[in-house]
Each structure stands twice: as C-alpha cells, then as structure tokens.
Design a protein around this ligand. Structure first.
Ligand code: AMP
Length: 422
C-alpha cells in the first residue's frame, strides 16, 4: 500500500515524501480514507503508531479544500492532554502543510499567554491546544470557536486521567453542532466510551493494535529484585547492555530526581522530567535526550505523555505504575514504527499485586527472571505462592548471561535501523 492510493492530494504527498515516509502505517491506511469521506472516527492507537499523521493529513486536505478567502478562522481544533504532545502535533501539522495554504498555531499553559493571543488575532486555520489554556483564551475573547468544522481529541484517555473531563465538556459546548469529529485513545474505559458516544456521530472504528494489548514486537521482561537494589541493577543493565538510550519510569517526582542523581554519580548522564519542572526545563531535557547528549531520561507517567522519541530501544519500569493502563502507555515508547524494543520491569515484593493487574490487562504473563547478584531477599508470603516469582528460580542467572549477547546484537541492529535525526 502506498500513500497515493489513499486519496491524498499531491501537495500532501510531496510533504510526506520530504519526511521520507514511503508507506502508510496500519492506522494511517485504515483511517485516512474514511476521514476524507467525512466520517467521524474512533481510533484505538497509542503514540508510536503514526496516529498523528493519520488525523493531520486528512484534516489538512479537508480544510484546504474548503478554504475561502478573507481572514482565517479557526476551523480545525486538536485537543491534547499535555504541552509536549501539543507541540509535537503542531510540528506535524506544520510539516505536512508546507505546500498548502493552511496555517496553524499551538497554545498551552505554563507560558506567557500574550504571544498566543497576538498570533490568534492574526487569524489561523488550525489550533492545537491543551484544554485549560484554550478555555482561558476563550474567556479572554482571544479565540472564536464558533466556526470549528473539524475536531480531534488526541489521547483522550489521558485527558480524562488528568481531570480534563469538565474542560472538554465546556469546549464541546462552544463548538458548532455540525462538524466532523475524531477521537483517539490508547485504552477504552467506560468513561472513554461514554465520552465518544456523547459527541461522535456513527463513528468508524479503526484500530492500530487490539484493545489494551501490548505491542507484540516489544519484548517484555520482569526482573524480581529488592527495592534497595533497583538503582544498582539499573546501572548494571545500562553498562552491561551498553545501552545508548533508555527511558526509565518512576512512580513519583521525587523518585525520578533521586534516581537521576544516583545515575549521575555513576557517570551515566541523565535528566529527570516531571510535573514540578518548568516547561523550559522539560523541553531542554527532551531535546538533549533526542540529540543523544544524555543517555537516560527518567520520567513520571504524566510528564512522559506525548514524548516523541523515535525507535527507543529500551524502557525500564523502575517502579510499576499504579494504573495498569499506564504500563501499556509506557512500553509503547519502545519498538516504534515497527522497530523492536525491550521493556524491563524491576519488580519488588510489594509490587507483585500491580504486576498481576498488568498481566490481566494485557492478557498474558510476563516472563520473570532474577539477575545474578540481585536475587531478591524479600519473598512474597507463603500463603499463595506467586507463580511468576518462583517459576524460574535457578534459571535466572544463566538466562541473564545468555541475554547479554542479545542486547548487544539488538543494539547494533537498532543503530543500523535508526534513521538520521531530523
Ligand atoms: P505518532 O504515533 O504519530 O506519534 O508517530 C510516531 C512516529 O512515527 C513519529 O516519529 C512519526 O514521525 C513517525 N511516522 C509516522 N508515520 C510514519 C510513516 N508512514 N512512516 C514512517 N514513520 C512514520
């Protein structure tokens, strides 16, 4: 399948060509046609599947076709949960619209509102926004939403997790009734289904991966380890695997800072990103990571949302997430756009319950091993033996040694595959 079979206009194909994309990803193949036909779409897709282009390309074509002269009005609106994701979607919109007469702007909180107001005043066709700032701008009469024809809710599950339900409802109430709607979400809880039913009109369902299942190309593994040994094991994995880039998830902001300090002490350059960091600090950390200037990014779930790190080969769950769905989001950061990846979870005795919940969600058990020198002293109580934990006892060491070679070959493999940075 090639892009020109999807009904996209030549100017968009030219932009895709410039990006170096030759083939649509599965979600792009499935979604672009129906969106171009004017259908509402409910998309099941996480970051890394190419979902941004799947909604941006047809949105641009539709708005470009309908464009009339005169001052530009906001006709396309994309809502995202985080500033980072908003910025990324905006970058995509800019890149794909290079050869057509459509303009876009991005607005999010945490930065001065005045430049955003000035840009909006000049008139734009598309606005990419986080909900809170959009409502602020509307409250200050800096944006008119009554002409919106095309609405996208991106990462809707995360917007609800972050408490944006009311803001979303308020925004929906400001939009004209007649419009085309798209909703993308990695998971489908009751709440998401209710939200979708509330404003999508006979949507077509398109799926990038089956509901709530972890992407198959990602090798998932659990290392049982004591809490006190997690930092040392992390260092060992990074050194011995010669990992050049790894994303590590912690549960708390303090945990992220603590681990980052420990890694720095062991001469592994790292940055921590979380909600307490300023927007500038987050942007700088992400840019440094993307340029390869820092080897490790330590992130909390919310801060990591929307990070666009192509072909990231390794993710470590330093602590398991409280919400099982977050596990799927986290490991979705590896194995992007078809590349293989590895997601390792360091699990201490008190996290075995969370592990079970995750395995239930993804519908399979994750192979569990122990690493030589890091065998956990804390065992679960005897009442109900934990299958996961004891099953491979005694095999763990040799397995780990065997795997080392694999990591190295994987890394080489990844480096060969990695595209030149944009
Ligand atoms: P997304 O899921 O939209 O965040 O996209 C994930 C990554 O895949 C981004 O780095 C995109 O630039 C890239 N990408 C999107 N579509 C394609 C494609 N058709 N071919 C190759 N890479 C793509």
């Amino acid at each position: 399948m090639s892009f020109d079979k999807l009904g996209l206009q030549s100017e968009l194909l030219k932009a895709l060509d410039k990006k170096g994309y030759t083939e649509p990803s599965p979600i792009q193949s499935k979604a672009i046609g129906p969106i171009l036909q004017g259908r509402d779409v409910l998309g099941s897709a996480q970051t890394g599947t190419g979902k941004t282009a799947a909604f941006t390309l047809p949105m641009l074509q539709i708005l470009n076709k309908a464009r009339q002269g005169g001052k530009r009005k906001v006709r396309g609106l994309v809502l995202t949960p985080t500033r980072e994701l908003a910025a990324q979607v905006y970058d995509n919109v800019r890149a794909y619209s290079e050869f057509i007469d459509i303009t876009a702007s991005v607005v999010f909180g945490g930065v001065n509102i005045n430049p955003q107001k000035r840009t909006l005043k000049q008139g734009v066709d598309i606005v990419v926004a986080t909900p809170g700032r959009l409502l602020d701008l509307h409250g200050q009469k800096a944006i008119n939403l009554s002409e919106v024809e095309f609405l996208v809710l991106d990462e809707a599950d995360r917007m609800l997790d972050m408490g944006f339900q009311r803001d979303i409802n308020r925004i929906l109430a400001l939009l004209p009734k007649k419009r085309q709607n798209l909703l993308f979400s990695a998971t489908f809880s009751k709440e998401i289904k209710a939200l979708a039913n509330g404003f999508l009109d006979r949507p077509i369902l398109v799926e990038a991966t089956p509901e709530n299942t972890a992407v198959e190309v990602i090798a998932q593994k659990v290392y049982r380890v004591d809490k006190s040994d997690k930092a040392a094991l992390t260092v060992k994995l990074i050194y011995e695997g010669e990992w050049s880039q790894v994303l590590i998830f912690t549960r708390t902001k303090h945990g992220a800072d603590r681990l980052s300090r420990k890694l720095d002490k062991r001469k592994i350059p790292s940055f921590a990103i979380h909600g307490n960091k300023s927007q500038g600090a987050r942007t700088r950390a992400l840019a440094a990571f993307k340029k390869g200037e820092c080897r490790v990014l330590v992130a909390t779930d919310i801060a990591a949302r929307g990070l666009d790190i192509p072909l990231l080969p390794h993710v470590i769950n330093y602590e398991l997430p409280q919400v099982p769905e977050d596990y799927v989001h986290r490991i979705g950061r590896t194995g992007r756009a078809g590349a293989s990846g590895e997601a390792i979870s360091l699990v201490e005795v008190n996290e075995l319950k969370q592990l079970k919940a995750i395995e239930k969600l993804i519908g399979k058990s994750i192979p569990s091993e122990e690493v030589e020198g890091f065998e956990p002293a804390d065992k679960p109580s005897e009442k109900k033996p934990q299958q996961q934990n004891n099953r491979r006892k005694g095999q763990g060491n040799s397995k780990h040694k065997k795997k080392k070679g694999n990591w190295e070959s994987k890394k080489k493999n990844w480096e060969q595959k990695r595209p030149k940075s944009k």
